[in-house]
Design a protein around this ligand. Sequence first.
Ligand code: TXA
Ligand code: MG
Length: 315
Amino acid sequence: MVCLPANDATLQRAAEILRAGDLVAFPTETVYGLGGDATNETAVARIFEAKGRPSFNPLIVHVPDLAAAEAVAVFNDRARCLAAAFWPGPLTLILPRRDEAGLSRLVSAGLPTVAIRVPAHPVAQALLRACGRPVAAPSANRSGQVSPTQAAHVVASLGDRVSLVVDGGACAVGLESTVVDLSGPVVAVLRPGGITREQVAEALGEPVIVSAESPDAPKSPGQLLSHYAPSLPVRLNADHAQPGEALIGFGGTDGATLDLSPAGDLVAAAAAVFAALHTLDDPARFTGIAIAPIPERGLGVAINDRLRRAAAARG
Ligand code: TXA
Ligand code: MG
């Protein structure tokens, strides 16, 4: 594995590695992705192998623009509306696959639909254009570990399981993209993320359901309880640390080891939360991670979704 700064030479090398069926980790505005050619079944299988996922969850396919997206998925009016409003950006659309596009089966875990997104990060954009193929990319971490928001996190988690890590600095959003299912009669948020349900509903001018809140709604196969687990136990809604615990604060929590946003800004907290879990998930220093309450509004909904998963993993 090599980790190189993002420049023209690195991007050319990364594109060659992808076209050869090997894996490249690269920055997006949400988190670092572990990329493989989405039309190459072996490359997609390597992604699952490298991640050590317990099951074949379908992966997100990344393309540089709407035209490339329409080449692999069947768009409808809602999809064009959301693409116009939020692409490039942290929004993933679930749509019917186009059979003739040559997408890997494994990339959709056998489903007739595909998850597709146009990332905004300039390094991701340049890589996708240089590669000329749709790129499957889940977060660039071993399964069950915290998602990487810096190149060093990828190196620590994946090591030699990835050929090249393209270092483009820290990710601005810090949470995975919002996944919106447009393949059925109702619009459903399958995974909360950087774009809120309210933003999606406003752009469409119609109600949007959140699958976690409606028992009948389609479930995202990725919504495994243990998905975002650090190795240390996590305790939510803590107002102070127990002896040995680290304390993640919010909005100026007294005695915090680290405060996600001393000013109480949820956007800043979202950008900090994975790095905080990474930094404090250190059994040599702490016995557990306590986390102060985060308001359940706006991006706080996505942050709490992640934190609840981290805590639930210990029962
Ligand atoms: O921000 C992100 O989305 C990052 C960066 C790298 O772009 N990628 C990412 O990919 O988080 P991944 O593979 O870890 O997440 C895929 C999500 C999962 O929740 C999965 O269940 C859902 O999308 N998904 C993918 N294909 C689906 C499908 N056909 N139907 C329903 N859910 C699907
Ligand atoms: Mg992930």
